[in-house]
Design a protein around this ligand. Sequence first.
Ligand code: NAP
Ligand code: MG
Length: 397
Amino acid sequence: MIPMKTPIVEIDGDEMTRILWALIKDKLIKPFVDLKTEYYDLGLKNRDATEDRVTSESAYAIKRLGVGVKCATITSNKARKAEYGLKHLYPSPNATIRAILDGTVFRKPIAVSRVKPSVSTWKNPIVIGRHAYGDVYKSAELLVPGPGKVELVYTLGDESETRILVADMKGPGVVQGMHNTDESIRNFARSCFIYAIDEKIPVWFAAKDTISKIYDGRFKELFNEVYETEFKTACEAVGIHYFYTLIDDAVARVVKGEGGFLWACKNYDGDVMSDMIASASGSLAMMTSVLVSPSGAIEYEAAHGTVQRHYYKYLKGEKTSANPVALIFAWTGALAKRGELDGTPELTAFAKKLEHAVLQTIEEGGMTGDLARLASPAPAQTLTSWEFMDAIAKRLA
Ligand code: NAP
Ligand code: MG
């Protein structure tokens, strides 16, 4: 039995992923590790019972203990309110947790050789880090009805005012005002460097500062400042570098390159590019998601949702074939990090062995339905989630 020092914050969730969650612990972790967690039940029923307090409590626990692992959770809407008889609608748990940790989300595909990315030159995963504050997602928009002046006005108390002309409109049109803050940009850069040093991969950041000299220029300037003053030495120590380029040049390089870096993206670029990278890399069930706070606290999860359709089949008694890989990697990420922070290398080594057992199982043809459809060569048979995890457990033992 491998011992643990500090507990991991364990955040349970909903539907099929909640079923897989318990299986992962029972079949793949508890037989080998004396698992210590601080447990928070973010299943929709318990969020409702606690008026959603459990969600913020779990985020503060991650702040306190430094490492968390989260199952997928339902974001409530009208249909879910009726289905679960909820008292209220609640914000997305991920948004609540992200706001408390002030973190950035990194999405990383899990590569297996039997599933080839659509871009044939990619040899290593491309990780997307998306700035999750401001720009067009927090903008003010106006439908301009006809001719007139549009101006940007900055007021400081009653004393001073700065005004610049946006457009002298000759007819109807549209206008948009957006913003970001130095603090948020700096924290974004910090999270990116913390993640990249941890993963030992270079950081690319791209914007359009040739056109947007002040706005995107500020992003470039602050990113560079954070690198030079806070992270350069640490990056050099693990042999990684920071690279800035224009966003169009970055896109061209990404498609022609070999991958293997962190692509830090502004909010909109990250929204668009993460879907491109995710679908070009294969399956949603093979994508992990890591929330890194600028303070260094980290939460690991799968990028996919609760796999609702499979859950309804499961409730009817079917042995479904939902893919647990991203959830397993969320656990291994958290265990490895915990081992690193606690100075318990056996725990980190166990996490790596479990990842290896998962990948070997797939390489040798043991896989769930979603991967079997993409794999080349295709496997002789498709495994249920249960059979797949038993095969991993056997290899691990
Ligand atoms: P989803 O659960 O990610 O599922 C979308 C589809 O992708 C599934 O129907 C399934 O396709 C496939 N898929 C995803 N993960 C899979 C896996 N592990 N194994 C096999 N197939 C997988 O997204 P959704 O259906 O849009 O959302 C369901 C619920 O999840 C919603 O209530 C939403 O609020 C929540 N959600 C939570 C998170 C989170 O907590 N991070 C993220 C996204 C969504 P097939 O059905 O074709 O097999
Ligand atoms: Mg999107």
